[in-house]
Write a protein that binds this ligand. Structure first.
Ligand SMILES: [Zn+2]
Ligand SMILES: [Zn+2]
Length: 163
């Protein structure tokens, strides 16, 4: 058996548990978790950074799975619908939900995107969404907000900078 680095092992374990949880979520929502959807999800879940659709295509092609862009986009749509991946609008890229293993609260997340390492995190943004709704309504505007994204520096990158 090939020796694996600790990092590779950790990533494998994370992907495995994410796939297990995604399988449950698809079942709960009565959406089919097809092989293609699973393959695309595994690719996205293998990194904490956001990945563009074409990057997913390239990575799969390198592993011998050649897909049409439309197939990847359809798979991504299903993953978004199930809520197991999110779309980072500012980068037009996708990342695995960071709260897969937490109980569903129905509270909307805001996305935190690290400008240094590209990792995307999420945190409870429900109060911000409510403030946006209220401010927009005060301006007689009907809001249809779906995302709040904040760019900055993650904890790990901030710690490295201090060294
Ligand atoms: Zn999420
Ligand atoms: Zn970072």
């Amino acid at each position: 058996m090939a020796t694996q680095t600790v990092d590779e092992q950790r990533i494998k374990e994370r992907v495995k548990s994410s796939v297990e949880r995604a399988t449950e979520i698809f079942a709960e929502k009565n959406i089919r978790f097809t092989d293609l959807r699973r393959t695309v999800f595994e690719e996205i879940a293998s990194t904490t950074a956001s990945v563009g659709a074409y990057e997913v295509l390239d990575r799969l092609a390198k592993k011998g799975t050649r897909l049409a862009p439309i197939s990847v986009y359809r798979a991504l749509d299903a993953l978004l619908e199930a809520g197991v991946v999110h779309r980072l609008e500012s980068k037009n890229a996708y990342f695995a939900c960071g709260r897969l293993h937490q109980p569903r609260t129905g509270r909307r997340p805001m996305f935190l995107s690290c400008e240094t390492c590209g990792s995307v995190f999420e945190t409870d943004g429900e109060d911000i969404f409510k403030s946006i709704d209220a401010a927009a309504r005060n301006a007689h505007f009907e809001p249809r907000v779906k995302f709040v994204e904040v760019s900055g520096t993650c904890e790990a990158c901030a710690a490295k900078r201090k060294d």
